[in-house]
Write a protein that binds this ligand. Structure first.
Ligand code: ADP
Length: 414
């Protein structure tokens, strides 16, 4: 419906003479922009140049109040929203990007104020003040846009509720898994402790009867050697003696493990000729393995400063392994040399079954045995562990160069 059709009696506020449809020239409008600005701020609250809005244009009561109430509603909402935002900010100190929220609060409050001023203009035509208010609102709004634009990548990188829940769930699971692993570790440690305790008690208990059997067997061996009537028993007695020696070695290995675990593998160091030690060890290894040949390569005058018995134990172990794991090739070499850095390197080289590369890292661990040797060769998986611990106590190094089916070179450096 056009205004012309409205009952003129409804139009209580006829247009005033100050309102005009075209832009009239007056003195101020021709002044420079600077003068205009000066005049603007010096007369900021001066309402003399305009009539109240009611009197400018043709407002019906309905139209005017419709406009005013709408502006007041917007202003009320625009004041309430920042208030609520403020309350959230106060209660949730961890709220992300609080400075942006403060900017939003300022921006919304200013928007509300412009709407309020729009409503007030109906009675108080402070258009200059209203203009300033709009300018400040515009500036703050643009600033907010710039800041929001800058912060938006960070906002986008914030995890969503769903992502957080998934993460929390994953963390809970990881924690449970950790606790589970911890329990397993603790029970394994407890089992290992009990096993070590058992090994310690068992090996100590076994040592006395074995020593007694060994002594008795030596007496019987002597008696058999002197008495021809007993000659038929010699192989059995010798076999028993060999087995008892094996048993003694096993118990000694177990005792050594117990000592290592307790940190009581003491060393008694002295200077000795390496060749003598190697020769003794080689001869000892060949007693029960007459098919094998062991070549000794090295300077016969070379000496070493170490625990002779323990180094002999290491060499015995490496030699017995070289023999045990070379069922088809009977040639073994022991070589030793002084290196340019003053260290002494001893190597035991065999052409036996070799070791898979993936197992090499574990070979010096306690009770470790390569699976396929498990079935075919007797052993506890302790010899290399003890050897490594002895070399470690000497602050030396032990290692192996090996190839499956081709052979191994076990070496240690003192
Ligand atoms: P054991 O010989 O009693 O099993 P060790 O600790 O001496 O225990 O050796 C650990 C494992 O290393 C053996 O079970 C075997 O699989 C492997 N091994 C040791 N020496 C050799 C060797 N010379 N050649 C091939 N495999 C070897």
């Amino acid at each position: 419906m056009s205004l012309d059709l409205i009952d003129p009696t409804l139009n209580q506020n006829p247009p005033c003479t100050m309102c005009r449809s075209d832009k009239l020239a007056n003195t101020t409008e021709h002044a420079s922009l600077g003068d205009q600005a000066l005049e603007f701020f010096s007369r900021l609250l001066d309402t003399g140049d305009w009539p109240p809005r009611w009197h400018c244009g043709r407002w019906t009561d309905f139209h005017g109040w419709f406009y005013i109430v709408s502006d007041l509603m917007i202003a009320a909402a625009y004041f309430a929203i920042p208030f609520l935002l403020y309350k959230i900010l106060v209660k949730r100190r961890d709220f992300p990007f609080p400075s942006l929220i403060w900017l939003f609060i300022a921006f919304i409050v200013l928007c509300g104020t412009t709407h309020l001023s729009d409503a007030i203009l109906f009675w108080w035509p402070a258009y200059r003040f209203s203009g300033l208010l709009r300018f400040v609102t515009g500036a703050v709004s643009i600033f907010t846009v710039v800041i929001l634009y800058r912060i938006s990548p960070m906002i986008l990188s914030l995890r969503t509720q769903e992502q957080l829940e998934t993460e929390i769930e994953a963390r809970k699971k990881a924690e449970q898994e950790m606790k589970h692993q911890q329990l397993i570790r603790e029970s394994t440690e407890e089992l290992m402790r009990k096993k070590d305790e058992f090994i310690s008690i068992a090996s100590h208990e076994l040592r006395t009867p074995i020593t007694s059997i060994k002594a008795s067997l030596q007496i019987i061996q002597g008696a058999v050697a002197k008495n021809e009537v007993l000659e038929p028993f010699r192989p059995m007695v010798d076999k028993s003696a060999t087995q008892v020696t094996k048993l003694t070695n096993l118990v000694n290995e177990l005792l050594d493990v117990t000592r290592i675990q307790a940190g009581k593998l003491g060393l008694v160091k002295s200077t000795f000729v390496l060749y003598d030690l190697v020769k003794e060890s080689v001869e000892g290894s060949l007693i029960n393995n007459p098919n094998y040949t062991v070549l000794i390569n090295g300077d016969k005058t070379l000496t070493a400063y170490a625990d002779r018995n323990r180094i002999e134990q290491v060499l015995n172990n490496l030699l017995s392994n070289a023999i045990k794991y070379s069922p088809k090739n009977y040639q073994i070499t022991v070589s030793f040399e002084k290196r340019s850095n003053g260290q002494t390197k001893v190597s035991v080289i065999d052409n036996g079954i070799g070791i898979e590369q993936s197992k090499v890292a574990d070979i010096f661990d306690r009770f470790f045995r390569v699976e396929h040797t498990n079935k075919n060769y007797a052993g506890l998986g302790l010899g290399l562990y003890i050897s490594a611990q002895i070399i470690k106590q000497h602050l030396g190094e032990i290692g192996v160069d090996t190839e499956l089916e081709s052979g191994s070179t076990f070496w240690f450096v003192l």
